[in-house]
Write a protein that binds this ligand. Sequence first.
Ligand code: ATP
Length: 603
Amino acid sequence: MCLTEFRIIAEALEGIEKTSSRDMKTTLLANLIKATPKEVIDKVVYFILGKIWPEWMGMPEIGVDEELLIKTIAKATGLKEANVDKMFRELGDPGLVIEDLKKREKASARDLTKFLGGGAAASSLSVEKVYDTLSKAALASGEGSRSLKINLIAGLLKEASPLEARYVARFVTGDMRTGIQDMTVIDALAIVFGGSKEYESIIEKAYYVRAGDLGLVARILAHQGLEAVRRIKPEAGIPIKPMLANRESDPKTILDKVGGKAVVEYKYDGERGQIHKKKDEVKIFSRNLEDITHQYPDVAELARRCILSDEAIVEGEMVAIDPDTGLLMPFQELMHRKRKHDIREAVKGIPVSVYVFDVMYNGGEDLLDKPLPYRREVLKRVIKETESFKIAHHMITDDPQRLEEFFLKAIEEGAEGVMVKAIHDNSIYQAGARGWLWIKYKRDYKSEMTDTVDLVVVGAFAGRGRRSGRFGALLMAAYDEETDSFRTVCKVGTGFTDKDLEEITEMLKPHVVSYRPSNVDSEVEPDVWVTPHHVAEIIGAELTLSPAHTCCRDAIRKGVGISIRFPRFIRWRPEKTPRDATTTKEFLEMYRRQLKKIEEPRA
Ligand code: ATP
């Protein structure tokens, strides 16, 4: 038996999808990894996570929208596009559509072979073939690329068994719907290569230090073993998953939570940049580990001059500066840099300053497990400060009153608030984690709704009047980590500029589908559904209970969810993925905090 048979993967995924127990999912996944030859282990890991290659490499995505997938399935099965489209709406899952069609096809072929006296041929797809074909489809670009993609994927679907086709189609949509998350893979790898889940922390660290690239980590485990993974340290050129902050709104509670005394820094409103320097080569990665060096040629040049070490990874916030006044400008000013042809102009028109706040690696030394005061000392040595490249404005305090004053000053000067960071012996750099070593205290806490939230677009409504012919409002959802799904919070139609409205229709187009995606839980029926992709920052007057929305449904009261009163769009968050959105758990906490505030007698 050939161990790289794709059938084995499809069958394992089916088993994993069927069980709702996380432990069972992990065990079944571990069994699959055990049975996988080391030569293809990275490909198998990427496939089950629904990706061809890790995000940080900046390779193209498969780029097949609903329309193209319908054409592809029609081509693979000989069915009319209209009929495939109808099935999409009925089943809400392209994977089940193709599986169903292939089963019917197979049944009629069986009848025919029975009649003719032959045997039905099983699929002979291999992992390599599936992976190579899908990569080719992703790499297809330019004229004729749409039909090339259709041909390649349709060919694969034709050859596949019904079950295999289910997962190929789902892969193409980027959503495998098996409930396997990165952490499930980490646990399974720990079982296979360590002997038990206990080894998870070693693999987890490698995962964070190697850009969340589980295919790469699996390959090292399979070829060199757990010890090699334990020795992995940061490497200039490979991004590290960034440390994140929790939120709090009371200065005394904040200081208590970080252990009394803390370093308090301005929380600049720009774009996070993880700056990697190796000799003269500089790379800048976004919060999302995307290579954004080309958007910041000026920052790369500054880093070359101001990072004194030959090899280092430092982190800072890149902030737009008003060239006329030298004052901080809001984040939106950086958006021009997202458009390739505008970069030269943007660099000239709106200069950027970098406020560095951490260092994770310097000249061969892994600093992740070192306490913050140590890292700050290294940072001071490694950076030659200039007007445009300096260490974030900060102070050290244990006094809530002083913290509040510093916070107000930060806001006055155009920052979003402050970051309060623990400085005790265990104040390590928690790559990839949102813990309590860093706490953000933001301006928005001062408004009635205690904070802005980041929500995912899952639907859109046609506009009226001045907005007719475009989308006028969006259905927004929070992320439910428990079930890996999206639950609706509100419909937002305010806060968009005319330009935003113009862009929204184009932006959403590739993600519009005619059925409710199965990972979206909604009682509201929008004019079109949108697969979770775009994240927006939203503010409102307050959180309210709502029977219309499914976020935290039943958690406070039966049949009722949490919503936002008077929601208003603030900006897109292109650096966030849907799974970075505010979670339903956070909504519940925010709602409870809001209740407590109302109940507390005013002093
Ligand atoms: P937010 O929506 O508040 O920006 P986030 O989810 O993007 O949050 P958090 O970790 O919650 O990320 O907030 C920290 C963000 O604030 C960082 O990602 C970084 O971009 C920015 N930032 C600005 N100044 C600092 C600073 N001094 N230290 C750390 N992060 C800072």
